[in-house]
Design a protein around this ligand. Structure first.
Ligand SMILES: [Zn+2]
Ligand SMILES: [Zn+2]
Length: 272
């Protein structure tokens, strides 16, 4: 059976760097040193019961540490999935490629020395998201169904959002699209004023949504930002004349050109 894990790669304030090193090395590592020596040596040479005895003999506190190492040494298996945790974020996802391995210093960095690991194929296209699953004291946590459902939900939500953004940018109007969305938000009042004074007709083709689509199209029209040349810094206040009301077809055509066509230019292009 495949298991799902959440694993943190922190060491004091160096957490970030250790995660990046593990990702770059294609491993998930953990380490516990005590008096300059690994607390437990090569776990593949002892079984779980002996492991427990060795750990106890060092009289170390923290059962969560013991179970974290035990998971890596005895419970992780090829095909398992690991989600990498960094603070409140899930920053990585990978598939376990090997059983437990032991090599002191596999992770070596300013005062950090880790020795237990599994090989992992980390997903290069993973999109990080924020998700607090509690149990933050556990370096390695086996994910139950409830936590896994939460992770999967966030994962698909995040992928969906990224896909949407990709789509917008593919159309090559992405930047303009976002700029205009910001403009509309900032100038909502003046846009509403302009709309109320209008008959909700496209200034280019004369189309009115209600006439075509009925009630659902009532009062629908797109506010296009006419950007006067040379005033791109946005220092001059927006006036009603900086807004054109157009249908979505005409709006798309306006932005086919860079800089965008003027209302007059597009009007001259269409057959009325
Ligand atoms: Zn139109
Ligand atoms: Zn526009």
């Amino acid at each position: 059976m495949t298991n799902y894990w959440r694993m943190a790669f922190r060491w004091g304030n160096q957490g970030t760097e250790v995660w990046e090193q593990c990702r770059d090395q294609g491993i998930a590592a953990i380490g516990y040193y005590f008096n300059g020596e690994p607390v437990v040596g090569d776990c593949s040479e002892i079984d779980e019961k002996e492991f427990y005895t060795v750990w106890r003999s060092k009289a170390l506190p923290s059962p969560t540490r013991q179970s974290s190492l035990k998971h890596v040494a005895y419970h992780m298996d090829k095909g398992d999935t690991i989600y990498a945790k960094e603070g409140t974020q899930i920053v990585g996802k990978g598939t376990v490629k090997s059983k437990y391995k032991y090599r002191p210093g596999i992770v070596k960095q300013k005062g950090i020395l880790w020795e237990h690991y599994v090989e992992v194929d980390w997903d290069k296209n993973f999109k990080p998201f924020t998700l607090n699953l509690e149990a933050n004291q556990n370096t390695v946590l086996k994910l139950d169904t409830e936590r896994l459902d939460k992770i999967h939900a966030m994962e698909s939500k995040t992928n969906f959002l990224y896909d949407c953004v990709d789509e917008i940018f593919e159309e090559n109007e992405g930047e303009q699209y976002i700029k205009e969305a910001v403009f509309r938000k900032r100038n909502k009042k003046i846009i509403d004023k302009k709309k109320k004074k209008s008959d909700y007709r496209c200034e280019v083709c004369d189309m009115n949504y209600k006439e075509v689509y009925g009630e659902i199209g009532k009062n629908y029209i797109i506010a296009h930002h006419i950007e006067p040349i040379g005033s791109r810094d946005g220092s001059s206040p927006t006036t009603i004349d900086d807004i054109a009301l157009v249908c979505s077809n005409c709006h798309n055509m306006i932005h086919k050109k860079k800089p965008p066509l003027s209302i007059e230019e597009l009007s001259n292009l269409i057959n009325k």
